[in-house]
Design a protein around this ligand. Structure first.
Ligand SMILES: [Zn+2]
Length: 47
């Protein structure tokens, strides 16, 4: 299970709440994939 090293938010919580705890959360591979899917329609990329 992915967990943010900074704020301790888990991938499961992010899915449940619909938002991340901090910018470090985006570094979780699972979150990256999920965010990529969410923004796929807009062709949005997070660098
Ligand atoms: Zn975080």
């Amino acid at each position: 299970m992915d967990k943010c090293p900074k704020c301790g938010t888990t991938f499961e919580e992010i899915l449940e709440n619909g938002f991340v705890g901090c910018e470090k959360c985006y570094e979780m591979p699972s979150v990256k994939k999920a965010v990529d899917k969410m923004f796929n329609n807009k062709k949005h990329k997070i660098n």
